[in-house]
Design a protein around this ligand. Structure first.
Ligand SMILES: NC(=O)c1ccc[n+]([C@@H]2O[C@H](COP(=O)([O-])OP(=O)(O)OC[C@H]3O[C@@H](n4cnc5c(N)ncnc54)[C@H](O)[C@@H]3O)[C@@H](O)[C@H]2O)c1
Length: 378
């Protein structure tokens, strides 16, 4: 594999193009208008210049990397010599299907791998519009691709093992770590752990009266997250969280119990850091940390937070999508978790967690019923 076409040059696409060109691949970066490509090439140049100023690469290397990325608008031209096409267009099912139907028409070589960077849409369903579902795979980079080590690789129901291997090899070749999500389940691994936790944290405030900073402090100091969960939601953007929620909940009622607050914030345009307000208020659009502390963490019992994330982790294992070691790797690399999840859970006590889930289940319904794996682990 030498030639890669990246379709879409936005937040993720330009980063994926950059890391791939840095690893020596010849890249065609495609978007629907030249001005989007100009903006993307500027961003890549800015990022490479920063690496030069930090002496991570030489000026010559930066020039060579940029020289390996060819911006193109014409789709036929863009895919002509590709060995792999990474699709990074907006997270809209109809748009993705339209793009793949078009691709199916213009790509002659039957061996080209179609890889989608979708965060939440089902791989099998997108692949169904192509004549090559066996050559179709999910490749979920994290934002920003230049810095984040994790890439989830997700086979659809008909993806061939050779394509999964080739994709994992590509991920390693660009200096990233591939975690295989063995089944095409809503949220894959990382989003299945983290998106429901944002909602649960809202329910915990309703139930216990804990303040937002207290819940966030418990997430940071008891669960080992690099920041609070509300802080993380504001950083990620309420548009992304809301979209992921809708997609995941539509397909699986067991994964997430939507709390109305997320939809309300989204509707009010309170998208987080980037709009100046989300769960928290920010003085400007620069990245700002919320003040959290061990003392505040002591005022929030973390058991139902741990119970929520662990129940989803257990679901992934029970349903053959992952195993404990891979979940820990994904959580460390994708969420920056400093403490293994299952270690936190064992410290809290599996009995306590199962008891908490049973109590919640009797009060709020089936959603909370403990996964059979947790029941067995007691
Ligand atoms: N932003 C994130 O944090 C993040 C993280 C992981 C995965 N993702 C996923 O990556 C994908 C892209 O997200 P993004 O945030 O980069 O979006 P974005 O809106 O920043 O970029 C999408 C780009 O695709 C272009 N585009 C639209 N139609 C196209 C077409 N037919 N051919 C080529 N380009 C086309 C748009 O002009 C735009 O430049 C989505 O599936 C998203 O779920 C996003």
């Amino acid at each position: 594999m030498q030639r890669i076409t990246v379709l879409g040059s936005g937040v993720m696409g330009h980063g994926i193009a950059q890391v791939s060109a840095t690893a020596g691949y010849d890249i065609v970066l495609r978007d629907i208008e030249q001005r989007f490509l100009d903006r993307a090439m500027e961003k890549i140049k800015w990022s490479l210049d920063k690496m030069v100023s930090k002496k991570r690469i030489s000026e010559e290397e930066a020039g060579a990397i940029l020289g390996r990325i060819r911006p193109v608008v014409d789709l036929k031209d863009a895919v002509r010599d590709a060995d792999m096409i990474i699709e990074v267009v907006p997270e809209i099912m109809d748009l993705k299907k339209k793009v793949y139907a078009e691709l199916d028409e213009v790509v002659d070589n039957p061996d080209v791998i179609f890889a989608s960077n979708t965060s939440t849409l089902p791989i099998t369903e997108i692949s169904s519009v192509t004549s090559r579902p066996d050559k179709f795979v999910g490749i979920h980079f994290f934002n920003p691709p230049q810095l984040m080590k994790l890439v989830e690789v997700i086979p659809g129901d008909r993806t061939s093992p050779a394509v999964v291997d080739a994709t994992q090899n590509y991920v390693k070749s660009v200096g990233k770590e591939a975690v295989l999500c063995r089944r095409d389940v809503p949220g894959f691994i990382v989003n299945r752990l983290v998106i429901p936790l944002v909602h649960e944290a809202c329910y915990i405030m309703d139930r216990s009266g804990a303040a937002m900073e207290e819940v966030d402090s418990a997430i940071k100091f008891r669960l080992g997250f690099p920041m609070g969960i509300f802080e993380l939601a504001d950083f990620t953007g309420m548009d992304v969280i809301h979209k992921a929620t809708t997609e995941m909940h539509m397909r699986d009622k067991k994964v997430i119990r939507p709390h109305p607050r997320i939809g309300e914030l989204f509707d009010a345009g309170k998208l987080g850091q980037k709009s100046g307000e989300g769960f928290y208020k920010y003085s400007d659009d620069k990245y700002e940390r919320v003040a959290l502390s061990e003392e505040m963490a002591d005022r929030c019992d973390p058991v139902s937070l741990v119970a929520n994330i662990l129940n989803n982790a257990a679901w992934l294992i029970t349903n053959g999508a992952s195993d404990e070691a891979e979940i820990e790797r994904a959580a460390r690399l994708g969420l920056g978790l400093k403490k293994p999840l299952f270690e936190t859970a064992r410290n809290v006590g599996i009995d306590t967690i199962v008891g908490e889930l049973e109590t919640l289940s009797s009060e709020y319904g089936e959603f909370y019923s403990p996964d059979p794996l947790l029941v067995d682990m007691q």
